[in-house]
Write a protein that binds this ligand. Structure first.
Ligand SMILES: [Fe+2]
Ligand SMILES: [Fe+2]
Length: 346
């Protein structure tokens, strides 16, 4: 397998020609020359991501959730709330730490630019969990939530699985490990969060923990741009490096992610949360997997999965998305807007 080289910091002998540029493995100068770019989807996403700017302080009335947490959530809901936070904290931590490593192998400044914004957003998500732990949940639970993986072997197994795929590339940076690395980023961003977002929406639909759900809505809006970043990178790799692209690997890793998600969801929810029984979790995860494969222009993996059991939560899940329906945009129609500028009006 071909070894990959991390980008230089500056390369006077590099070539910034956009016609010849490729998304990885290009010999650039590493000057951030953003007036001649190749990947217009990155420019569009940059605008969306900047437009989406938010901070956890924007979410008001979080203290009301702390009263509800104690008085209105039953034991199962409290347990699920804490364990779910623990997994989300891990996901955002590893993304914040790892994304700069990933960006070191991407050779288009316009894509490095949005990966920097993504890293910053993942760090903001970590801040929002800290705000929740400060405001909603009793301080005595804080360490248990942060370090739940020390006690729960299921969670440790999941966290280690993600870490191992990322670490394998860092220890042995070759084409095969790189492709697995990208695919796992896509899966983490596109599959792992969503049962948990559905949990907070489910509580909110019963008028419980509404402020937490508002915070989660902001996080989800960011995560959807991250899904789009990785879907676009994967499609560019398919176009530019067909020998690195491997459809079978995508299907195999998707199936692994789906199985892990279902197993962990059942472990957390224990069939005890109203609206989120084992059957719904399985249906939703498989349906989501099919939708995500569709983003990569791939056939569904679970052919009989057509209905979304959380359809009734759609309105809550889409309430921040009205301005930008970028999921329907593809590499092709982004690139048609080649005259797009970096400056625009808010
Ligand atoms: Fe995040
Ligand atoms: Fe993310």
């Amino acid at each position: 397998m071909t070894k990959m080289q991390a980008n230089l910091i500056f390369n006077p002998k590099g070539n910034d020609n956009t016609e010849q540029r490729t998304i990885i493995k290009w010999n650039k100068t590493w000057l951030f020359q953003l007036n001649s770019t190749k990947y217009n989807w990155a420019k569009s996403l940059y605008q969306v991501m900047i437009w989406n700017f938010w901070v956890p302080e924007k979410v008001k009335w979080l203290w009301e959730d702390s009263i509800q947490f104690k008085k209105e959530l039953n034991e199962d809901e409290q347990r699920a709330y804490k364990w779910i936070l623990s997994f989300l904290i891990f996901l955002d931590s590893i993304q914040t730490v790892n994304l700069p490593n990933f960006s070191d192998y991407i050779t288009a400044p316009e894509v490095n630019l949005i990966l920097s914004i993504q890293t910053y957003q993942e760090a903001i998500h970590s801040q929002s969990y800290a705000v929740i732990l400060e405001t909603v949940v009793d301080a005595i639970w804080r360490d248990e939530i942060y370090y739940f993986w020390r006690d729960d072997k299921n969670l440790l197994e999941r966290n280690e699985f993600i870490w191992n795929i990322y670490q394998r590339f860092l220890d042995n940076p070759n084409d095969e490990n790189f492709f697995a690395w990208i695919i796992w980023n896509f899966l983490l961003e596109s599959i792992y969060f969503y049962n948990w977002f559905a949990f907070f929406d489910t509580l909110a639909s019963q008028s419980k923990m509404v402020a937490t759900d508002r915070m989660i809505n902001y996080i989800r809006r960011d995560e959807l741009t991250h899904v789009t970043i990785f879907a676009n990178i994967i499609k560019e790799i398919k176009k530019e490096f067909p020998k690195i692209y491997n459809k079978d690997v995508i299907y195999e890793m998707m199936d692994t992610a789906v199985k892990q998600e279902i197993k962990w969801s059942k472990h957390i929810l224990q069939n005890k949360i109203i609206g989120m029984n084992d059957e719904n979790v399985e249906k939703y995860t498989k349906r989501l997997a099919n939708d995500r494969l569709n983003l990569l222009w791939l056939e569904p993996l679970y052919k009989d999965m057509v209905s979304n059991p959380y359809k009734h939560l759609d309105a809550m899940q889409n309430n921040n998305m009205e301005k930008w329906n970028f999921f329907e945009s593809t590499v092709t129609n982004y690139s048609q807007s080649s005259a797009m500028n970096w400056s625009w009006e808010f």
